[in-house]
Unconditional design. Structure first.
Length: 255
């Protein structure tokens, strides 16, 4: 709740006690700044590494893009494309699940702002929890809220792009075993659209991973930094060193 305006022009708010506190940038200490720097550097740095750097060519996403291209070519050779529409429908179902779940999380975070004092009191019983002020608590909730709003936009746009893929499947020309230039161009267009869907879904899922790291800030800033490094390590392994990557890149053999 906003309090009265002080003589120097600063705005005060209630800090959960009988005395109003003054909102100030001093509510973040050095560890908080260092942890937030680690968090954003880890998120943006990993996104650049996995999506834009020269090393991104060795990710499972790029490997799957090759299979998306193969799928698009085979799709044009089929008279009946029920298999293709079913596959896109499965993709739409998964995206819709995450989009609706994200909206519920956003609503829960908004409600959490109203239960600020109770939540702060609940965290205070954790032995190693860092003491927090109401203003700092709201900043932490705002960070999570921003992450999940970003994730929702990614999933919502991916859902729309997946619907475009359905249109591309329906408008694809019937081709023989050898695709003509027009058929090859349509296949590449379809594969590129599927790749865009995957990219936005990946960005949304990545936001979920970093939101889990951001939860650590509610306990202590050092946990935020440690969780960020752990999330980056887990995502790197899954996209560049996972068994799934080896399965998709190695020669076929008996399991």
């Amino acid at each position: 709740m906003w309090g009265p305006t002080a003589p120097d022009g600063s705005v005060s708010r209630w800090n959960g006690t009988t005395e109003p506190g003054v909102v100030s940038m001093d509510m973040l200490n050095t560890i908080d700044y260092a942890a937030l720097t680690c968090f954003f550097a880890g998120w943006f740095g990993y996104t650049w590494y996995a999506d834009h750097s020269r090393w991104s060519a060795r990710s499972i996403t790029v490997v799957m893009n090759q299979y998306r291209m193969a799928w698009a070519r085979e799709m044009l050779r089929r008279d009946v494309r029920v298999v293709d529409t079913t596959m896109v429908g499965n993709i739409l179902t998964g995206i819709a699940f995450f989009a609706s779940t994200t909206i519920l999380i956003v609503g829960g975070l908004v409600a959490l702002v109203g239960a600020r004092d109770e939540a702060i009191a609940a965290l205070a019983v954790i032995p190693f929890a860092e003491p927090t002020t109401p203003a700092l608590w709201e900043l932490k909730v705002l960070l999570l809220l921003t992450i999940f709003v970003y994730a929702f936009f990614k999933f919502a746009w991916a859902f729309r792009l997946a619907n475009y893929c359905s249109i591309l499947i329906g408008s694809g020309p019937r081709e023989g075993d050898q695709l003509d230039p027009a058929g090859e161009a349509h296949a590449r267009r379809s594969a590129n659209m599927l790749a865009l869907v995957a990219r936005h879904v990946n960005r949304g899922l990545r936001a979920y991973f970093f939101a889990l790291a951001a939860l650590g800030w509610f306990v202590h800033a050092a946990i935020l930094a440690a969780a960020t490094l752990l999330v980056v390590l887990v995502m790197y392994r899954r996209e560049f060193r996972s068994r799934a990557y080896k399965v998709m890149t190695e020669e076929a053999r008996e399991p």
